[in-house]
Design a protein around this ligand. Sequence first.
Ligand code: HEM
Length: 416
Amino acid sequence: MKCFQGSLEASQGNPVTRVDSLPRIAATVLGNTLQCLPPLSLARSPARPCAPARATPFPHPPATPSARAAAASLSSEPPKPVGSSSSLVYLAGAAAAGVGGYYFYSQSASSATPKVFTPTKEDFQKVYNEIAGRLEEKDDYDDGSYGPVLVRLAWHASGTYDKETNTGGSNGATMRFAPEGDHGANAGLKHARDFLEPVKGKRLPAPLFFAPPRSNTNPIIIAKFPWISYSDLWTLAGACAIQEMQGPTIPWRPGRADKEAAACTPDGRLPDGAQGSKHLRDIFYRMGFNDQEIVALAGAHALGRCHTDRSGFDGPWTFSPTVLTNDYYTLLLNEKWHIRKWDGPRQYQDKTNGLMMLPADYTLIEDKAMKPWVQKYAKDNDLFFKDFSQVVVKLFELGVPFKERSERMTFKPTNA
Ligand code: HEM
């Protein structure tokens, strides 16, 4: 395990002071505490002042009142700081987390010259591995994996892009805020955002001896990768989930910065499952995609399922919703679909009544320009994987102002 010391510059511009992993944490905490306590022996020892806590808040509290109000409604908000009386409880928690391999981040305790932390491919591979390792942690979640909902999170973060105004897209991760997090199309994505929260960071109140009570709003961060922006984390998680669910390699690059609530996109930028091909074209052409790309992207519906409490629709598209294949296209073409008789919204059902298609899926075989692509992908899984990878890379990069010559990285799947 690599330990970092000194200050880091988070990719979203947040300076963070990172104080070593557990043995050093324990030593530092104990050392600082002992320095602050009165000497136990009667022999007089020279008084040593406690090291002043240096405040380098992470993440930065929002600057404007409106941003503060919005941050207060973060839909994946970490626990709020509580009174200092619980400091020791949290300290114990911090130590326990350290044992589990967590790093300990604090805004105090280092007076060293801040160093800029520039994450390398190896650092991003570690984030990838962390996400991959947790995908099936709670096997009672849905079909046993968080993979599909992570793909949907990355897609919904990216799919708000508007090429005319160059607004929306994955850069900003504005779905953290109401109103965007509350848009009907994003229902259920809190599961994905909450799943990723501990990968980035957990805010805990500062114990007394790290920061005096007056700065109790400056939390200690216990986290593995607080330097990654939410926007990078969400898209990296999407790429990771696709690869881990046996999909193609999804090259990915960092460079997204989180934005404030003011950058939330208006409702209505994501597609409506109840509609047909005209609507799909309106939505996806706005992002800069063509018909072939729409059909290739829709192949993601080989994964996951619809939930009545999220979209109102119900059921999976394929029999293997945690493995990416071209089954979506073969089933769409070869099954006999009928309208489901139920109280819910209009959706298609196969003869086993175990699978479903949205009207927006079924329209791909009703539309003359789109159907040939469904046929091609149904016949040729390699072609689907090649085109799917290309179009997902494009989707995740819409509107992101990458640095010139920034290079894409490919990550090694954990099951390779
Ligand atoms: C073509 C237009 C699209 C429409 C109308 C659409 C609509 C929907 C709907 C209604 C759901 C069910 C949500 C729920 O109830 O949990 C869903 C789930 C999903 N969508 Fe799409 N989607 C579209 C395109 C895409 C694209 C482009 C991707 C990714 C590249 C994608 C990936 C997914 C995944 C993985 C799920 C399953 C999520 C889960 O299991 O929790 N979809 N989609």
